[in-house]
Structures are given as C-alpha cells and as structure tokens.
Design a protein around this ligand. Structure first.
Ligand SMILES: NC(=O)c1ccc[n+]([C@@H]2O[C@H](COP(=O)([O-])OP(=O)(O)OC[C@H]3O[C@@H](n4cnc5c(N)ncnc54)[C@H](O)[C@@H]3O)[C@@H](O)[C@H]2O)c1
Length: 295
C-alpha cells in the first residue's frame, strides 16, 4: 500500500524537471495524477505512470490563464472523482538586469509563476470549500514552488524573484483562508538540474555513476510527497529549500527592532535622534544572499 492510496493530485509543469519527478513519485505512492504542461511532455509523463501500473491523464494548458485552473480541477473530478493535492510547479525564466528587462519579460514571468500559482490554487479552493460545506473532512494539500531567488532576491531576476517571493506570501494567505477546510499549504524551493538550470556547470551529473547525484531533480520529490501525506497535517504555511540530501526549513521577515513615540507623529529630526536606538550596530545594507551551503 502506498502512502497516497485513494488520493488524486494535479501537478502543473509535470512534463519535465522536478514536476515530472513529483508526478512519478506521487503515483508510485498510489495517487492518481493529472499531469499538466504546455505540450506533449505532459502525456509522456502520464504514459510513464500508466506503464508503471499507475493511473494518470494529461491536460494541456497555460497556468497563467484563469480557465486552466478550472479545467484541471474538472479533469481530476471527471476522471478520478476528487482532487486532494495540488502541486503548483510550472515555471519559466526570463532573466535580465532590471535596467535591461523588457515589459514582456516582466509580465510573462509574473503571469506564469505568481498568477499561475494563484489560478490553480483558486480553482481547488472553490472545489474544496464546496466539498467541506457538503461535509467532507478529507485532508487537502497545496505545495507551491518558490526559489532561493524568491527568498533572498536573486540579481537579474526582478521578475522571477518578486514572483517567487509573492508565492511565499500567497501560500501563507491561502493557509489562513483554507486551513478550516483541512487544507495545508507549504512552499518548496528546489535545487535541481533541469531544463531551467542545465546551463550551470556546477550542477552537472557526476562522472562516476556510483556517486550520489546531488542535483538529480528526483532528490526534491520525497519531501514534497511527504508534505502531501496525512502525517504532515500539522505542517502548514512553511517554506523549505530542498535538494541533494538536504531539507532546510526557512523563516524570514521577522521583527528586528523598533522605536515608538508616545502618541505623536514622527518628524525627520526626531528620526535622526532615534536612529541609533532603531539601528544600533545592526547591519543596514542589502541583506545577505543567505543560501545554506550543501555540505
Ligand atoms: N531547477 C531548480 O534548481 C529550481 C530552482 C528554483 C526553483 N525552481 C522552480 O521549480 C519549478 C520547476 O522547474 P524545473 O526546474 O523543473 O524546470 P523545467 O523547465 O524542467 O520544468 C518546468 C515545466 O513547466 C512547464 N511550463 C512552463 N510554463 C508553463 C505554463 N504557463 N503552463 C504550464 N506549464 C508550464 C514547462 O513546459 C516545463 O515542463 C519552477 O517553478 C522553477 O521556477 C527550480
């Protein structure tokens, strides 16, 4: 018996990279899968699952389009009777420094990542709220995909970093809204060699096939799939970097320090006078790109 027997999962961008690995592992744990992508690779993943004895269908569609979310939920319910898990994973890169970025590059990335995550989350939220109102108490899961660029602000990625940063906050908002319907929502920032990153030399597969392949995208999926199990019900609104043999639990935007007057508005001079109290010896420059090391 797999850990996800009886569950139905939608995986966006499941035709390649980490999305494909998530779909395969979810299926091997017994989940029925709706594989979404833009092209034929969605059906290749679905076929691979069926060839291994699992159940899967493919549904083409651009996650940046409102109707795609509804189409994916309808396909899951029509084919498999329900939907329990949404893996928001589809993504693209259009890197450029802010001073060189075009409007098209900015809009496209925000649309696929930030809007795309919301479009699919909204569609399952509608279905899950109705199901809960009809008495369902089944656990439901959303796993979103962010990035270290979204956590720390990657250079040449104002479009991608802000979309991925927005996804971190979107997840918490969805958690506040949907927890009462049995939904947990968590974010994973993967580290993997895929179509998006295969130009990075340091992520290449090891020459020695015996050696652990740190950047194999399949390394990301076990934690994602674990978050989908009933055992992870108490983990909600959290964010993790996952890759190689590591899982890093992340937290950000905590309260640093404060100053407060006694029921009066600040003046610039007053701020000058309190500057030392607010900042003290603390670092006030660009925050460190604090990516945890692999070893
Ligand atoms: N690979 C990494 O190290 C890494 C790091 C940080 C974040 N991520 C994120 O992981 C996710 C998966 O990326 P990957 O690395 O597997 O890359 P990938 O290119 O292999 O996979 C992305 C998939 O999303 C699909 N896709 C793109 N736009 C889509 C759209 N509008 N609608 C539906 N599908 C669409 C692509 O066709 C592709 O199959 C992305 O959200 C990416 O930003 C990856």
């Amino acid at each position: 018996m797999g850990r996800l027997e009886g569950k139905v999962a939608i995986v966006t961008g499941g035709g390649s990279g980490v999305g494909r690995e998530h779909a395969l592992l979810l299926a091997s744990e017994g989940a029925k899968i709706v594989v979404n992508d833009l092209g034929n690779n969605a059906e290749s993943t679905a076929e691979e699952i069926r060839d291994s004895g699992g159940e899967a269908i493919s549904v083409l569609g651009d996650v940046a389009k409102w109707e795609t979310g509804e189409k994916l939920v309808a396909a899951a319910v029509d084919s498999f009777g329900d939907v329990h898990i949404l893996i928001n994973n589809a993504g693209i890169l259009r890197d450029a420094m802010s001073f060189s970025m075009t409007e098209e590059q900015f809009d496209e990335v925000i649309a696929v990542h930030l809007k795309g995550h919301f479009v699919c989350a909204r569609a399952v939220a509608v279905y899950w709220r109705d199901a809960a109102k009809s008495g369902s108490e089944t656990p439901r899961r959303i796993i979103h995909t962010s990035s270290e660029s979204g956590l720390f602000g990657g250079p040449a990625q104002s479009n991608y970093a802000s979309a991925k940063g927005g996804i971190l906050t979107l997840s918490i908002t969805l958690g506040r809204e949907l927890s009462k319907y049995g939904v947990t929502t968590n974010v994973v920032a993967p580290r993997a060699r895929t179509g998006l990153t295969d130009y990075i030399q340091s992520m290449a597969a090891p020459d020695n096939p015996e050696e652990f392949d740190v950047y194999d995208p399949a390394n990301v999926s076990p934690f994602v799939v674990w978050l989908c199990t009933d055992e992870a019900q108490e983990v909600n609104g959290q964010a993790f970097i996952v890759g190689g043999s590591g899982i890093w639990w992340m937290r950000n935007w905590s309260h640093q320090n404060s100053v407060k007057l006694d029921a009066e508005r600040w003046t610039l001079t007053n701020i000058d006078d309190h500057r030392e109290l607010l900042f003290g010896d603390l670092e006030t420059g660009i925050p460190k790109f604090d990516a945890p090391p692999f070893s």
